[in-house]
Design a protein. Structure first.
Length: 229
């Protein structure tokens, strides 16, 4: 139904499963073996209708940019997470939310950043309306950093969940280690022409996170978190 969000502070170990990794402008399709919990995770190509990283408007500076960050199957349900950037606030975006944003200050160049998470064909927080998962940002180069668990039950604390992270610049990969020792990893995806980046990793019902880590392009660990559960 909703999401639990914490500040992304510290993240990872060796990677064994890669989720929806973009390769040379295309999307890789792979099938990962069942993890230690016995609940297999299958990765797949970008969600239908979201296969092209960008969508162009007439004015290059005013184009809406969208990209699938991750997708696959977990607990027998298809899941996906998509980032979408609107250079200008859409006309039907609620006026009451036009000054709210991921950061603390009012944006000088108000734009909109949306993080759409779907599990089993249902959008997380869809009860909040068509702009659920969206917030005002300050243009294409705003600073957004954080992480959250997104699920349809228990505010993202139970059931099938998707871990979404917005890491710092220079982060190339992220990994999530489960209590049973299984490790899932994903590449960080950046929206073309913007500073916004994210990764997404699925968590099956009953699984518990031992740690979340992030790495730079040389494999050096940048952050390490152990308080997610």
């Amino acid at each position: 139904m909703s999401s639990s969000i914490k500040k992304l502070a510290v993240a990872v170990g060796a990677a064994t499963i890669v989720v929806s990794t973009p390769i040379s402008g295309a999307w890789a399709a792979d099938e990962a073996p069942a993890d230690a919990s016995g609940k297999g995770q299958q990765t797949q190509s970008a969600v239908r209708g979201e296969q092209h990283p960008t969508r162009h408007a007439r004015d290059g500076e005013q184009e809406t940019v969208a990209r699938t960050v991750g997708s696959g199957v977990i607990d027998g349900k298809e899941w996906s997470m998509t980032l979408r950037f609107y250079p200008e606030l859409p006309e039907d975006f609620p006026s009451v939310d036009r000054t709210s944003r991921f950061g603390d200050s009012r944006p000088g160049d108000p734009s909109l950043l949306c993080q759409r998470v779907f599990i089993g064909g249902v959008q997380v927080d869809h009860q909040a309306g068509p702009w659920a998962g969206c917030a005002v940002v300050d243009g294409r180069d705003d600073f957004v950093e954080g992480a959250g668990l997104h699920g349809l039950t228990g505010k993202g604390t139970s059931g099938t969940r998707i871990f979404v992270g917005n890491p710092a610049s220079g982060t190339a990969t992220a990994g999530l280690t489960l209590d049973g020792g299984a490790v899932r990893t994903a590449e960080v995806v950046t929206l073309p022409g913007t500073s916004y980046r994210a990764f997404a990793l699925p968590i099956a019902d009953g699984e518990t996170i031992a740690s979340v880590d992030t790495f730079d392009g040389q494999g050096n660990r940048l952050t390490h978190e152990t308080y997610w559960d």
